[in-house]
Design a protein around this ligand. Structure first.
Ligand SMILES: Cc1cc2nc3c(=O)[nH]c(=O)nc-3n(C[C@H](O)[C@H](O)[C@H](O)COP(=O)(O)OP(=O)(O)OC[C@H]3O[C@@H](n4cnc5c(N)ncnc54)[C@H](O)[C@@H]3O)c2cc1C
Length: 511
């Protein structure tokens, strides 16, 4: 796929490896500035973790389906692409939590399940009075120990440690873990505090309380929905970028995995001045290790060569089962936008379920128009990290096992029986290495890797290499898009976009 206006020769020639949203956004900014851009994508389509699937004749998002509104960068990108009038908010703002003994709406005020008010009735309903009182001790317990400990530990602090210490194990088990494991595919004890909730730890040190820090961060959030999407599906963003890139003369090479940076210099072709690796970090590290000395860097979680020894994949995959149901009893949207499932629930394999046609009006209209009233689209997510009760279901499970589990789980999660014949169609989509795990110290490891790259002596004949994408910037469009734009701006030697407001974490988890 290519088209052709020639860019001015003074502008650099760029090779972008990876056609996910990070690669596409960086490529678009560079192509708009007149650079010659060539995108190498391993798969047979662009978009990476943003894509579409067809279910009973209609297209729905197959991966990412919303963007956080906490930062203006994604709305601005959509506006630049002419999609501003197509931005939509969810129909409901409430998601539910499934615990072993209870299904309840998620508390209204929280960040990653950490309550801003531990004694609020919706928090007490989930924690019980004793655990809520323990959580409220945070308000009166000095944070001095944490400040000193942070000094001595170089910032390597996990979300689990902070929540357990400040608010107690029950807040971790009953609020934070279901959200973090459902949304981020990670255990709080494995998540770098500063990566999971940027700015929250520092706010806690300043405010003297974790709950007050949560309240402060939330008070700075823009009004309205915490997430939005695009009418018809977020995948339209990818199509818009692809159209723009082709219009500007960029070359898009699908089915073109890059295994060696030397491959980018095809015989007779112009050598790129810059290479942007918009890949998962293990793939990027492997590629640059051939051209750059990485000795002395801590590559934990970034270098899969040690995987066999540690046995820990830093990004276990996720499997999504989407289905169309005929179930008029769901017309009242009994679980709001969906349910996050605590890992302590023994008899449900899914870690989350999104009621797609309840969440998005366009999806409700599409399924009703295609199949009639009483029809619904739901999506169940499998692939928990850590221990689970039953045979672990995830990206490596068979379609048969996933579909069987989903047929059972859907009724359990809605709290209504759903018979097999009510499921009109179901499909499985797998995502591998698409949700990076960011263990404590991840941010520092990435910063060191980037500093090594920035200091590279690339010489006149060697392209300068850059890295961007979710593994470097953090998961989610609100982090990936500004990082990709900064990468492009650095290449163009312009100032990077002013950072949006310090990147607060997703305010409320929504399946
Ligand atoms: C199921 C799921 C749901 C999600 N939901 C949301 C959501 O609702 N909201 C949100 O903000 N975020 C969500 N995310 C996260 C978000 O989608 C990602 O953070 C973001 O899309 C990552 O973009 P990326 O370009 O960094 O990486 P990717 O999308 O992973 O793109 C990397 C690309 O590089 C290609 N590639 C890999 N190796 C090579 C190679 N050697 N040569 C050439 N190409 C290569 C891959 O094929 C891929 O296309 C979700 C993720 C998943 C998996």
């Amino acid at each position: 796929m290519s088209a052709g206006t020639s860019p001015p020769s003074s502008l650099p020639h760029i090779a972008v490896v990876g056609g996910g949203i990070a690669g596409l956004v960086a490529a678009w900014d560079l192509a708009r500035a007149g650079c010659a851009v060539e995108i190498f994508e391993a798969g047979d389509r662009l978009g990476g973790a943003i894509g579409a699937q067809t279910l009973a004749g209609d297209a729905y998002d197959a991966g990412a389906e919303a963007f956080a509104t906490r930062s203006p960068v994604v709305p601005r990108l959509l506006a630049e692409l002419g999609l501003q009038d197509d931005v939509v908010a969810p129909q409901h703002s409430i998601a539910w939590l499934q615990l072993p003994d209870l299904a309840a709406p998620l508390p209204a005020t929280g960040i990653l399940g950490i309550p801003a008010d531990p004694l609020a009735p919706d928090v007490v309903a989930i924690l019980g009075e004793t655990a809520a009182a323990r959580a409220a001790e945070d308000l009166n317990t000095p944070v001095q120990d944490w400040a000193e400990e942070q000094e001595s530990r170089g910032g390597r602090i996990t979300l689990g440690e902070v929540v357990r210490d400040r608010m107690g194990q029950q807040v971790l088990d009953r609020l934070v873990t279901p959200i973090v494991s459902g949304v981020h595919s990670a255990e709080p004890d494995d998540l770098d505090m500063n990566n999971a909730a940027p700015g929250l730890f520092d706010a806690m040190l300043r405010e003297g309380s974790l709950a007050r820090a949560v309240a402060l961060v939330r008070s700075k959030a823009p009004a309205g929905s915490a997430v939005n999407s695009v009418d018809g599906g977020l995948n339209r963003l990818v199509h818009a970028l692809e159209r723009e890139l082709l219009r500007l003369g960029a070359t898009i090479r699908l089915n073109s995995p890059v295994h060696d940076l030397a491959e980018l210099v095809a015989p007779g072709a112009e050598r790129p001045d810059h290479v942007i690796l918009a890949l998962d970090a293990p793939a990027a590290v492997q590629l640059i290790s051939e051209v750059m000395d990485l000795s002395g860097l801590d590559l934990t979680g970034l270098d899969l060569s040690g995987l066999d020894l540690s046995g820990q994949d830093p990004a276990p995959g996720v499997a999504l089962v989407s289905m169309i149901l005929h179930a008029p009893e769901l017309d009242s949207h009994p679980r709001g936008t969906g349910v996050l499932v605590s890992p302590q629930v023994r008899d449900i394999g899914a870690k989350a379920m999104t009621h797609i046609s309840s969440k998005w009006e366009w999806a409700e209209a599409a399924v009703t128009q295609a199949h009639g009233p009483g029809h619904h689209v739901v999506r169940l997510s499998y692939g928990r990290v850590g221990q689970t009760s039953q045979p672990r279901l995830g990206a490596d499970s068979s379609d048969e096992d996933l579909l069987r589990a989903a047929a059972e789980d859907v009724g359990a999660l809605f709290g209504v029986p759903i018979a097999g014949e009510q499921i009109l169609e179901a499909s499985v989509v797998r995502w591998r290495r698409a949700l990076p795990q960011t263990s404590a110290g991840h941010a520092e490891r990435i910063a060191a890797l980037r500093a090594r790259l920035a200091g590279q002596d690339h010489g006149p004949q060697t392209p300068r290499v850059h890295m961007t994408g979710a593994w470097f910037a953090g998961t989610g469009l609100a982090r990936v898009v500004p990082d990709a734009r900064s990468t492009a701006a650095a290449i163009l030697n312009t100032d990077p976009e002013p950072e949006p407001e310090p990147d607060p974490p997703t305010l409320t988890a929504r399946p």
